[in-house]
Design a protein around this ligand. Structure first.
Ligand code: F0G
Length: 484
């Protein structure tokens, strides 16, 4: 049966778990003073923290989701073969079931699929329109000589919004772009499900149909990034009246039927570790196929262990279960709505993937050049032992002239890996975030001390522009006494 969260007698909606926890991992919560030291040692970059120093790892939902008993069981019967592995055929079948596609190419993760697609279809000077870029997508489009142009609606970047489909493409902007550059310069239109960098926001099927119409008028193909498609499907069912009574599978099939190529990071959808490309078009399939053995591995494993291949196959079938799909967006909505009700600046409406703190709203006294989202990431770790991911100016590389490019939205993403955290952990974090917001004036800026040229957010090292981390920790200690 299709149901939303459980309603309590108080009227509150509680996102109860439709699973139980049977394997656990011990966590550490360091004292606040040690968290300051760990953050400094990590160059104020949450990517460089060590997991043993982290209480809630909310860096990403990529490859960190809880796996089911069925997935773990399937891993035990994996068929190890360089070529012709039974495990691969089981995955190929599962991909066909969920995406309704005939051909499948494995790749070791989502960006490897992006690499193949970009190398095959993009030539120097091409333009790739999309609802919004993802970091690895943009890097691969540019590496192949192309340019990303985002054609989202004007209000898609509003941090406080009630707009249900911020991930939609603005059809007029898309048409104007095609007119301006000509269809020959546009190898494909990319649609990202659960648009990651603007806060896990979905697009509607109504919008996708309109994009399809434009694409058909010009003979341009559509590439769908399905990495966050589970959550996009959830929002379509909840927010798009036509699909209220449709099954999860029907929504998946409708969306994939409107695309020519569907690619995916199975680190998100599928709750294991891998990636791949699927299509119903044999010509497109053949164009991409030859690059798989060159960059990934033979066609029946594509750089992925057969054990993971088995886990993905089961994970994809489980993604057709409403109880599995709804868990994460409902937990996120609970977290986001509680913070919002307490006045903590969060991106709304709640999307898939995680809770996004609005760093500009949180730390209005900081300038772009202070890297507010990075500073907020350091502060959240110091006060709560939780690590998020900077999704702002640090995640945007400098332009060709070497200038910082202020990000459209300055966010700290607190990802909720699927089925990993309990509600008491979420409530603890809510409390610490509220305290941090009340003490926001103590948070200062960051500056780079070591800055890679490409994807600098991964390995860049920064320092605090003053002794604000120590002062923040001292205030924490004064307010919380001997509590961790
Ligand atoms: N597309 C989207 C929408 C993604 O969110 C990601 C990864 C990729 C492609 C690349 O996939 O990591 O398997 O190579 N997102 C991760 C994140 C890294 O943390 O959001 P990958």
């Amino acid at each position: 049966m299709f149901h939303d969260a459980i309603r309590l007698t108080s009227g509150e909606n509680l996102p109860i778990e439709m699973h139980k926890v049977r394997i656990v991992q011990k966590l550490n919560l360091l004292p606040v003073e040690e968290r300051v030291t760990a953050m400094a040692n990590a160059g104020f970059n949450t990517f460089l923290l060590q997991n043993r120093d982290i209480y809630m790892d909310m860096l990403t939902d990529s490859g960190t989701n809880a796996m089911s008993d069925q997935q773990l069981a399937a891993m035990m019967v994996a068929d190890d073969a360089y070529a012709g592995s039974e495990s691969f055929y089981r995955l190929e079948k599962a991909v066909g079931e969920i995406f309704n596609t005939q051909y499948f190419l494995p790749a070791h993760q989502g960006r490897a699929a992006e690499h193949i697609i970009s190398q095959v279809f993009i030539k120097q000077g091409d333009i790739v329109p999309m609802n919004f870029h993802f970091t690895t997508t943009k890097a691969h489009v540019e590496y192949a000589g192309g340019e990303v142009v985002e054609v989202f609606a004007d209000d898609a970047l509003e941090v406080k919004s009630g707009k249900p489909f911020k991930g939609n493409i603005d059809i007029d902007k898309l048409k104007a772009l095609i007119r301006r550059h000509g269809k020959e310069k546009i190898p494909y239109i990319r649609l990202e499900a659960g648009t990651n960098l603007i806060g896990g926001q979905p697009f509607s099927i109504e919008n996708m149909r309109e994009v399809r119409k434009v694409a058909d008028e010009h003979g341009i193909i559509i590439v769908l990034d399905a990495s966050l498609m589970g959550e996009n499907v959830y929002f379509i069912k909840m927010r798009e009246p036509e699909f209220r009574n449709a099954s999860v599978k029907e929504i998946f099939h409708t969306m994939c039927g409107l695309a020519d190529i569907v690619y995916c990071s199975f680190r998100k959808l599928g709750c294991a570790r891998g990636g791949g490309i699927s299509t119903n078009n044999s010509e497109l399939y053949r164009k991409m196929r030859d690059l798989v053995p060159l960059f990934e591995g033979f066609l029946t494993y594509g750089g992925t262990s057969v054990r993971e291949i088995e886990a993905i196959a089961v994970g994809l079938r489980e993604a057709l279960d409403w109880d599995v799909i709804k868990h994460s967006p409902e937990f996120i909505r609970y977290f986001v709505d509680s913070l919002n009700a307490q006045g903590v600046p969060v991106l709304t409406p709640a999307g898939g993937l995680g809770c996004h703190l609005d760093a500009n709203g949180f730390l209005p006294h900081l300038k772009h050049s202070d890297y507010p989202a990075g500073a907020l990431g350091a502060a959240v770790y110091i006060v709560a032992g939780a690590r998020g991911m900077e999704r702002g100016t640090i995640s945007t590389d400098r332009d060709a002239a070497g200038n910082d490019v202020p990000a459209d939205v300055e966010l700290l993403r607190l990802a909720l890996p699927r089925r990993v955290f309990t509600l008491s952990q979420i409530k603890y974090l809510e409390d610490r975030l509220k305290w941090l917001y009340e003490n926001r004036n103590l948070v200062g800026g960051l500056r780079f001390v070591e800055e890679p040229k490409i994807l600098r957010f991964f390995l860049g090292r920064l320092e605090a522009t003053s002794d604000w981390p120590q002062k923040l920790a001292a205030k924490f200690r004064a307010d919380f006494g001997d509590s961790l």
